[in-house]
Ligand binder design. Structure first.
Ligand code: SF4
Length: 317
């Protein structure tokens, strides 16, 4: 290991296509309709993003019944259950749905396998908004499996009709461990038609895995309620980093973390604006970590169109 101080910067990191779209959805809704625009739950799990949009006139609420009748409400990137759509319709709310298309894909899978009368084992974190939204598509068919240790509790009606699906932002390795245990219990367990853990979550974990063995410390920029950001800290430590910490802002870095540290790895969760990573790099540069090498493991080019209500109108020819 080099004796001089340096930073390894993971690439890809930060905003994914779904977050980019969700944040722009609220910004465009504010431009088009003016404040206030109501948003059910945090649009994405990042403190800075939520505070910045609040300053512009977004009003974040826990549930649609807190939104005045007839007002505009944006649904967050994590998705909502059909029940939330029904409540919003009953209150005549004008809804703009910023659910990430990759979360919608998991909803579609849940509906399809429920229609075919499967027992669906949804691997995910209890209480996470995305899991609540997906499970709400077919509550009578879906059971939550919160990690490998919950497998013992699972029981199904017909072992030949069982499928697993997952939250989009899990640790790939831990999910595969859960699937392995489920398959030991239910050998006929079917796999999802395609990966539910999204490309962005996977890519950020792969970059951290490549970087971690060379790092004395990995700093992940992200909020504590951001599932994919928390997973990045776990992946860093499990793959050889001597220590890993999650911070929302550079000011949360404890100088003691840097004692005896030569190589600091830096990355950020999928809901984190790059300006916050720049803040961490500046903080480190001021303390002698001014050489920055990028560890690049994938190129990302995916983008999603804005919700229909916010796309520019086509001009007639
Ligand atoms: S982390 Fe993945 S599923 Fe979540 S918003 Fe980003 S692209 Fe979509």
């Amino acid at each position: 290991m080099s004796e001089s101080k340096r930073v390894l910067l993971a690439e890809p990191r930060g905003y994914c296509a779904g977050v980019d779209r969700a944040v722009e959805t609220v910004e465009r809704a504010l431009d088009k309709h003016g404040a206030p625009v109501y948003v059910r739950k945090e649009i994405v799990h990042n403190r800075h993003v939520v505070e910045t949009l609040s300053d512009r006139g977004a009003v974040f609420v826990g549930e649609t019944d807190e939104v005045p009748e007839g007002a505009i409400v944006v649904f967050s990137a994590h998705g909502v259950s059909p029940e939330v759509h029904r409540t919003a319709a009953a209150r005549s709310l004008k809804t703009i749905d910023a659910t990430c298309p990759l979360v919608t894909k998991v909803h579609q899978e849940a509906k399809r396998f429920a229609r075919d009368d499967y027992d669906i084992l949804l691997i995910g974190h209890e209480g996470h908004e995305e899991v609540e939204g997906t499970a709400g598509e077919a509550p009578e068919h879906i059971q939550l499996v919160d990690g490998p240790d919950s497998v013992d509790k699972v029981s199904v009606r017909d072992e030949s009709k069982v499928i697993w699906l997952s939250q989009t932002t899990l640790s790939v390795d831990e999910t595969m461990e859960t699937v392995k245990r489920l398959r030991e219990k239910f050998p006929q367990l079917a796999d999802p038609p395609s990966d539910d853990i999204c490309y962005a979550t996977q890519n950020r974990q792969v970059a951290v895995k490549a970087m971690a063995p060379h790092c004395d410390l990995v700093i992940v920029v992200g909020s504590t309620n951001s599932s994919n950001s928390v997973r990045l800290v776990e992946v860093a430590v499990q793959n050889g980093a001597s220590a890993g910490h999650l911070v929302d802002y550079a000011r949360e870095i404890d100088p003691a973390w840097l004692e005896g540290v030569n190589t600091v790895g830096v990355t950020s969760g999928a809901s984190v604006p790059e300006v916050l990573v720049r803040g961490v790099l500046d903080y480190l540069a001021e303390r002698g970590y001014d050489s920055v090498e990028t560890v690049n493991t994938a190129e990302e080019t995916l983008t999603f169109a804005l919700p229909r209500e916010l796309r520019p109108a086509r001009t007639a020819r």
